[in-house]
Design a protein around this ligand. Structure first.
Ligand code: ADP
Length: 163
């Protein structure tokens, strides 16, 4: 059974993430969404809230793709999380060149820690290139409309939290 791990902070989940989840589900038998606690990043939504929002979207995506999708919070090393969930593949989304350097470095470090886990990158779809959780939060905080960037339930959660 091929198991993939898609890790991130998902603060909050956006249509960019949803697209990577949908496409990743087509590549593996089981997909685990690893939700990093990331206290250092000072997330807007706490872990339980982020997990609940991801689970709601994954329920739909799992039915749509026929792939098992699980949500797994983690606080340890990514490579240890991959081992914990039995993943042979780590999946990441790539947007502009800005993502590349950091991701390249991460792959190098993770490979040095465990060379049996391969990282696979999916290029962001053109219409999702610009979507970043950080910008979505900034726009929502200033009263802008983010319905093009996040699912309806996430939009509602942003409005409730920020206004
Ligand atoms: P992290 O803290 O790991 O960067 P994020 O939640 O910001 O967590 O992102 C998780 C993953 O999703 C990363 O691989 C990131 O590049 C990817 N990603 C984020 N936004 C998009 C998008 N709009 N399109 C494609 N991939 C994306």
């Amino acid at each position: 059974m091929r198991v993939g791990l898609y890790p991130g902070t998902f603060d909050p989940i956006t249509y960019g993430h949803v697209d990577i989840i949908r496409r990743s589900a087509g590549l593996v038998d089981k997909l685990v969404i690893g939700v990093a606690i990331n206290r250092d990043k000072g997330p807007l939504f706490d872990l339980d809230e982020r997990v609940a929002m991801i689970e709601a979207e994954c329920k739909i995506l799992s039915e749509e793709t026929g792939t098992i999708i699980k949500v797994h919070p983690f606080e340890n090393l990514l490579i240890d999380c991959a081992r914990d969930v039995g993943a042979q593949i780590i999946l990441r989304g790539l947007r502009a060149v800005a993502d590349f350097e950091y991701e390249y470095q991460m792959v190098g470090m993770n490979r040095a820690l465990d060379s049996t886990v391969e990282t696979v990158f999916l290029m962001a779809e053109a219409r999702h290139q610009a979507i970043a959780s950080k910008l979505v939060k900034e726009i929502a905080r200033l009263g802008g409309d983010v319905t093009k960037f996040v699912p309806p339930a996430v939009n509602d959660a942003l409005i409730t939290r920020l206004r």
